[in-house]
Structures are given as C-alpha cells and as structure tokens.
Ligand binder design. Structure first.
Ligand code: OOG
Ligand code: NI
Length: 447
C-alpha cells in the first residue's frame, strides 16, 4: 500500500489563508474590491519600477500575502488558538499592550501568530493579529462586569475538540495526510466564520457602553475574523483609488508618513465595512433581525525592519514632528547607522583578499551585497488607531483605576509556548547571513 502523502505545515498554511480569504470575500464583499484594486496597483508598480518593486518580497509572495485579525476572551481560548495556528506553522511573535495606546486605549493585549523562519515566510507569510480581552482591568470593567464576562466566556466553546486534536496531530507529526488535512482546514476556517446564532441584545449593549471591542469579543458566542488585509506596493495610490470608487476611507494612512527614501516598518489604512445583518434575542425571548457594524477592510504596505535604535529614532522623530528630516533617506545610511536590518550576500567572485572584516568596507568593496529584511510585525499605535477608527462609540475608561499587569512572559505562560521577540528574529537572520558570507569570503568573521 502506498503511504498517504503528508501535507506539510506551509501548505496547510497557504490553504488556510486561501480558505479564509474566500470566506471573508463571501461575508464582506468590499474585501474582494480591495483585493482587486490592490492587485491592479501592484501590477502597475511592478511595470513602472521593475525589479526594484520586488526589493521587499517577490510579487508572488506579495500577491498571496495577507494578515487577518481575531479577538478572543480568555487565556484558555488563546491557548487553543495557539494550537490551531501551531499546526500551520504560525507562532506567537511580539507583545502589544493596546490598553496603553494613546489616544485610543482598547482593553486587550495582543500578539501576532506568524511563521518565524525566513524560508517559511517566503513560502507563505500569513499572519494573524490576535487580541485577548482583559476583563480584570479595572480601568474598563468593574468587578461585577468582570464576573459576568467570565461567566459568559467560560460557557462558550470556540473550537471543536476534533479541530484541536487534528491541530495537535499536525504539529507533532509535521503535517497531516489527506483527508485529515482537508477536514482540519474545513473546521479551522469554519471556526472563524461569522455565526448566525442570535446575540443577546441587552448583554451586548451593556458591554458596548464600556467598549465595542469588549462587546464584539464577549457579547457573542463565537469568534470571527474581523478583517483580512492584502499587501500593496503603493498605499498612497491605493488610498486615492478606493476613494475615487466611493469607498469612504479613514482619514489617514497610519504609520510612517509618506516621504522620499526607503519604506520602513508598516503603513496601513482602512475603511469601515457596511453593517452586517445579525440576529438578536430580545429581553422577551423573541429573535429579531438587526445589524452590527464591526468588521472592516484594511490594506498595508510593508517596509524595512528597523533595529531598536532605528525604532527609537522613528518614535522620537514622529513625536517631535521632524520625521521627514530625521529619518535617513537611503538604505546606505540606515545600514551605516545600524538603524535597519539587512542580510548580506557574499560576492567571492570579486577576487583578491578582503582588506578587513569590516562590514561597511566589504559593502563598499562590493564583496557584500546588503538586502533589506522586510518588517513582518505590527505597530501598536496603528493597531489601536485601526481598532478605534472602526468602532461605534467611544466607550469609557477610568484611568485612575487599577490595571492588570500583562507582558510577553505572562502571554508565554498562557499559551505554553515561546513568544518570539521580533528584534531577535531579525537579528538572528542577519547574523546567520553574515556567518555564511564570512565563510564564503574566507574571513574569520564580519562585524
Ligand atoms: C486588530 C487591529 C490591529 C493591525 O493591522 O494593526 C491590526 C483588530 O481590530 O482586532 O490588525
Ligand atoms: Ni490589521
């Protein structure tokens, strides 16, 4: 008998991303328009700029690239999410405390599940920004509401046992054979579909007074993907084109302002999706048709990953208003001042003996060719801005009350896994490429 071929994690991930994309396109038709317009813009940019357009990822990757966002209510739910994503090679990376995000705090902490290896990212870079409600945070919730929330949340089940078992099997075996793979994907995609279950109107409204994110998470019996974001090569062009089509965009592009020079980090913009029909259970037990407007469309452009020094400069320059002047305008300067991450390709064909192991000298001699590392993560201020610009109502928060301490270590404990540090991942990629380059150039080390 022939052995059933295993579907490896990257293929599961690519199929999962496609499955969610089809689902979201059916549920939120404006998403399909956004994907179409993004692809038009990408085709044009590629035609105009040629290979320079692919400096931060080839067109196949950029075309397939998406990030999604989901929101869950309890540490147990987050641990289950980690198992589902672990099956497709997506691991918790980075910690974002959106409760601290001025001027629009949101009662969640977040991480992004994503591939962490260069090869895996190249195969399919799907990532999901995942937020966890913090009902213990007294700035948002009083003790009574916290207790009610926990009771409601502990009674629901986001992921069927069969899905979690398949996920564990996929992770421990490095994939799944057919038809288990197909079954896993069907259940995984289904877990993020919008539910037709009636929403308790009074309970939803109570939570909405505190925060519409709290209502979207804790007011319903399931989770759902709340946006799916394509990547575009010229976000300014995309923004104008969507507006020209009559789509009402938020009033700006979040992240680094437009300027001359290499793109850094991440620029994003969004539009509010239309309200969607949802069923509500009224106080008297009857079920009526209603509508909620919680999902939206978002698009992003990615730039070079910054080092901690680069990020500090970015934050300071944005805060002081001197961004345009203070951020370097060339890759060369970003590299020379160690503000951004690059990998390096050795060119032993240059011949002769390198005069030193000094990085910049080797680059100037043409023995090392720097290639920028694309930023694979998120920006907390943009994330909070994206949340808030798409919410109904301001919510309420009393900043004088007790917070509940949360950090990456806490999150790691909750999911029982490492929470990867983005800076360490980028630095490891750079170091690995330098080691390889040194060996090829016959140098003990490059530094
Ligand atoms: C997540 C918002 C954050 C991003 O791209 O920064 C985000 C959410 O709305 O749940 O997706
Ligand atoms: Ni997003």
């Amino acid at each position: 008998m022939t052995q059933q071929a295993t579907v490896p994690p990257h293929e599961l991930r690519a199929r999962f991303a496609r499955g969610l994309s089809e689902l979201y396109g059916r549920e939120v038709p404006a998403y399909t328009t956004l994907v179409d317009v993004s692809q038009q813009v990408n085709t044009e940019v590629l035609a105009e700029r040629g290979s320079a357009a692919e400096r931060l990822g080839d067109i196949a990757r950029v075309t397939a690239e998406r990030h999604g966002a989901i929101r869950v209510g309890t540490p147990e739910e987050l641990a289950q999410v980690a198992r589902v994503f672990g099956a497709v090679g997506m691991y918790p990376t980075g910690f974002y405390d959106l409760r601290e995000a001025a001027p629009s705090p949101v009662p969640v902490v977040s991480t992004a599940f994503r591939p962490v290896d260069k090869e895996e990212l190249a195969r399919n870079p799907f990532r999901v920004f995942t937020s966890l409600l913090v009902p213990e945070d007294r700035r948002f919730f009083d003790a009574e509401l916290e207790a009610k929330l926990k009771e409601f949340l502990s009674a629901r089940r986001l992921f069927p046992e069969e899905l979690l078992e398949l996920a564990d099997r996929a992770e421990s075996d490095g994939g799944l054979g057919e038809p288990a793979a197909e079954r896993f994907l069907e259940l995984a995609t289904g877990a993020f579909a919008l539910s037709g279950e009636p929403v308790d109107r009074a309970w939803y409204a109570t939570l909405e007074q505190v925060s519409s994110v709290a209502a979207d998470i804790g007011g319903v019996g399931s989770t759902h993907i709340n946006h799916l974001t394509p990547r575009v090569l010229d976000i300014d062009a995309l923004y104008e084109r969507m507006r020209a089509r009559g789509v009402e965009m938020i009033d700006k592009i979040q992240g680094p302002p437009r300027r001359e020079g290499p793109d850094v980090l991440l620029r994003q913009t969004s539009f509010r999706a239309l309200s969607e029909p949802r069923r509500f259970r009224e106080a008297d037990g009857t079920v009526r048709e209603g509508a909620l407007r919680v999902r939206f469309g978002e698009v992003e452009a990615r730039g070079i990953a910054l080092t901690r020094a680069g990020r500090d400069l970015y934050d300071a320059a944005l805060a002081s208003g001197g961004y345009e002047e203070r951020m370097p305008r060339t890759e060369r300067e970003l590299l020379a001042r160690d503000l951004a991450f690059f990998t390096f390709r050795a060119v032993p064909e240059r011949g002769g003996t390198p005069s030193s192991g000094d990085l910049l000298t080797l680059v100037d001699e043409g023995r090392l060719v720097p290639e920028p590392i694309v930023y694979e993560d998120f920006l907390p201020r943009s994330a909070a801005g994206i949340f808030s610009s798409n919410l109904t109502g301001e919510g309420s928060m009393d900043a004088s009350r007790d917070t509940a301490a949360r950090d990456a270590a806490w999150l790691a404990e909750v999911v029982g896994r490492t929470v990867h540090d983005p800076y360490e991942l980028y630095a490891a990629q750079r170091e690995a490429s330098l080691r390889e380059a040194a060996a090829r150039l016959g140098l003990p080390r490059i530094g």
